[in-house]
Every structure is written in structure tokens, then in C-alpha cells.
Design a protein around this ligand. Sequence first.
Ligand SMILES: N/C(=N\S(N)(=O)=O)N1CCCC1
Ligand SMILES: [Zn+2]
Length: 263
Amino acid sequence: SACSSKLALSQVHPMWQGPLAIPGGDRQSPIDIAERRSVFDPQLRPLKVQYDPRTSQQIWNNGYSFLVEYDDTTDKSTLKGGPLEDQFRLCQFHFHWGENNAWGSEHSIDRRLYPAELHIVHWNSDKYSLFEEAVMEDNGLAVIGVFLKIGKRHEGLQKLVDALPAVRHKDSLVEFTKFDPACLLPENIDDYWTYAGSLTTPPLTEAVTWLVMKQHIEVSHDQLAVFRSLLFTSAEEQVQRSMVNNFRVQQSLKGRTVRSSFS
Ligand SMILES: N/C(=N\S(N)(=O)=O)N1CCCC1
Ligand SMILES: [Zn+2]
């Protein structure tokens, strides 16, 4: 699928060198979510997630994170409900993490950072026909964010962890089929915060309706350690750099309201 391969991600570095904020950008991501400043919206409906594991295609290292890409040429794997007016098509998921367990997530809750954060990326297939189109529109994308906490081993994640050594270097890719990303969601997806934001890597476009889950998932220390064995650099490069701290600095709220689906 085109949902990430065609978008040139800048040659990134931990806290990649791209612009720290888009000039004039008033809805940039990530942000800190101050729980007590969020506004309960009783009109927010439950999220409806419908993923078909047969749409999973490959896992690859794009030099910024590792991502699992899905066939987004049909509406087989979709997200709707919540604050969303339209139906959104799953195109990929990826993670952000730190060099240690003290930090790594992009969003924070009352300044609390988590060791890692999962992003499941979808685009508005009611209004647009390609990811590349949707990524330029203010209602084009919907990203589910899930915090990862160190604890018990996550059985569903292990299939992903076992595939990582094969995509150690930038631009390495292997087939990755029959993986249902729903196994990475917390039990409760009815409690979330939502706000209007942006992609957190280039092109940084202000196209994202963010859906940040209140409930985290648990992964083991050893599982997250395998994420840190990935490299930002391709096999040919002289100097290899560990893929860690691949999160963006937090951006100002600029008057935005974060809504909660729970009181
Ligand atoms: N930055 C991104 N997602 S994110 N980190 O904002 O969820 N993407 C860049 C191209 C496809 C997804
Ligand atoms: Zn992300």
C-alpha cells in the first residue's frame, strides 16, 4: 500500500532534524494531555474497529520506525464511530520508543510519558481515494494512539518482535501476513481522548484526528529491548545508529480543546 512508502520521511535522527514546528501550524502533534482540562463530550460514540488480518502485507524499517503495512485498496479493514463522520481505512501501524523505559511516547498524560506508543494509521476513504490525497486534508486521517507500559509479556506482540531482526536496517522489508492489529488494542477502547492534530513526522500535515486510548497495553522489558536493537541506518552505512528516541518534541496546544469520551 502507498500509505507510507511514497511519503518521503526526512532522513531522521532521534528527535529528527525536521522543522520543530510547521511555521503557522496551529494544530501540531504530539501534545501533553492535561486530564483535568479535557472536556467530556457525551456525543462521542464508541469506536468501531473492523480489521481483517488477511490485509496485512509486510513489515519494514523506514529509517524512522518499523511499520506493518496493510492492503488499503479496499474497505476490508476500517475504523469508524467516535468523533469520526466518515469511514477510515487502515493503512499501517508503527511505534515510537525511547532509549530506556523512562520515556519514548509522543503524547503524555499530565506530563507522564510512557516507554513507547503505538500508532495505528487510517485514512478517510469516504472522501478520498488515496492515502496521499487524504494526508493533505484536515479530515483526511485518523490515528489511534496506545501507550505501552513495561509489565507482562504481550503474546500478540511477540510475532512482531520475532520479525524485527529481519528488518534491522533501514529499507529492509519482509513479508508479514495474517496479523490482526486489534490484538494490540487495550480491552477498553471506549475511553479515549480526541483532538485535532498532525502527523508527528514529515510531512507533519495537519490532517489527523487523534484518538489516544486511556488504557495502556503491557509489554515485557525484553520485548521492548528488541525494538531498540533496530537501526536508523542502512546496512551500507559506515556508522550504525540504534533506533531509539524516535519521537517528536511536544507541540503547543494553541488553544485547542481535547475532548474525552468518558467523564
Ligand atoms: N507520521 C506518521 N504517522 S504518526 N506518527 O503521526 O502517527 N506518518 C507519516 C506517514 C504515514 C504516517
Ligand atoms: Zn507515529
